[in-house]
Write a protein that binds this ligand. Structure first.
Ligand code: NAP
Length: 319
């Protein structure tokens, strides 16, 4: 069985930043890439809000450069899907693709979260070409255009309100006539004159002209009538799922499944297991915040492997 001091699970900005730091600390980390190497940023086009890139940078390019940077300092990459971990005792055991086994003295979990998609016709083909799951990332590209936001929760209200900064008009499309969103978020959206509402409208297909999105086909949940709402952009805001299935409940998480970390650290309730990026962050979910937490995770691992008592440095970090 291959043995490593540090294994990093996931290669979004959190995992790759952790890899850069852990590699520079001479741990030669093994980074498991997963099914979506580079993470959610590889689903976007241009990223304009990652500091240091005055003219923006394409998501896949940024992730590729982070990966090369980690490799330059000695990080090793393994392509495969982590199917299980045994963290009941150290060294931890990591199973990849259901069979390959690895051992690690410390683990950094940075498996991210996946935006939920509607699963309707035309949706996956148009991601990055008019369909988006991230208003902060892509809203800017829809200046002066009509946009649809799908969903009835706080995320949909927040994204719709944010998108009114760019769009000429934002229509919230929700499959029921009552919203799941908190009253304060609903009120904010209702008070916004640029926001229109299409309730009882269940999305059934993304309509495109081959190159760009032109509409969203919806079915009236009460009458069954099918029609197309014209739009240039569709933001799907129906929630995220943290990618934690492989943990099988071995780490403390909130009710949705986001890993809980201790205080300002990236330590989990299992000594030697650290979590960073979106898998432990239901709130900020930005590339730069994920990268920052990846840096913290590698520094926490270094302290842990040096033999510091986990509680000591968390207490210091919090004070
Ligand atoms: P959510 O509360 O689970 O809402 C998801 C929405 O998407 C629901 O309205 C749901 O419809 C709809 N939906 C789900 N699957 C769908 C499908 N296949 N087709 C059409 N519609 C679908 O998720 P969220 O809005 O991301 O919020 C998650 C958590 O984060 C919540 O606790 C929320 O309060 C919190 N949050 C807070 C803030 C804030 O306070 N600033 C911002 C964002 C999120 P139904 O209602 O019909 O099920």
């Amino acid at each position: 069985m291959e043995k490593h001091r540090v294994m990093i699970l996931g290669t979004g900005p959190a995992g790759l930043t952790a890899a850069i730091y852990a590699a520079r600390a001479n741990f030669e980390p093994l980074v498991v890439e997963g099914n979506e190497p580079g993470g959610q940023l590889t689903l976007t086009t241009e990223i304009e809000n990652f500091p240091g890139f005055e003219d923006g940078i394409m998501g896949p390019t940024l992730m590729d450069q982070m990966r090369r940077q980690a490799e330059r300092f000695g990080a090793k990459f393994y392509t495969g899907y982590v199917t299980a971990v045994d963290i009941s005792k150290r060294p931890f055991k990591v199973t990849v693709n259901g069979e390959e086994q690895f051992e690690a003295e410390a683990l950094i979990i940075s498996t991210g979260a996946s935006a939920k998609l509607l699963g309707i016709k035309g949706e996956s083909e148009m991601i990055g070409h008019g369909v988006s799951t991230c208003a902060t990332c892509d809203g800017f590209f829809f200046r002066g255009k009509r946009i649809i936001v799908v969903g009835g929760g706080d995320s949909a209200m927040e994204e719709a309100t944010f998108l009114t900064k760019f769009a000429s008009e934002v229509t919230i499309v929700h499959r029921r006539d009552t919203l799941r969103a908190s009253k304060v978020m609903q009120d904010r959206a209702r008070e916004n004159p640029k926001i229109k509402w299409e309730l009882n409208a269940a999305p059934i297909a993304v309509v495109a002209d081959g190159k760009k999105v032109t509409g969203l086909e919806v079915k009236d949940s009460k009458t069954g009538e099918v029609r197309v709402i014209e739009t240039e952009g569709i933001f799907v805001a129906i929630g995220h799922s943290p990618n934690t299935g492989f943990l099988n409940g071995q780490i403390e998480a909130d009710e949705v499944g986001y890993i809980q970390t201790v205080g300002v650290s990236t330590a989990t309730n299992v000594p030697g297991v650290f979590a960073c990026g979106d898998v432990a962050d239901p709130h900020y979910r930005q590339a730069i915040t994920a990268a920052g937490s990846g840096c913290k995770a590698a520094m926490d691992v270094e302290k842990f492997l040096e033999g510091s008592n986990v509680q000591d440095w968390i207490t210091v970090a919090q004070s």
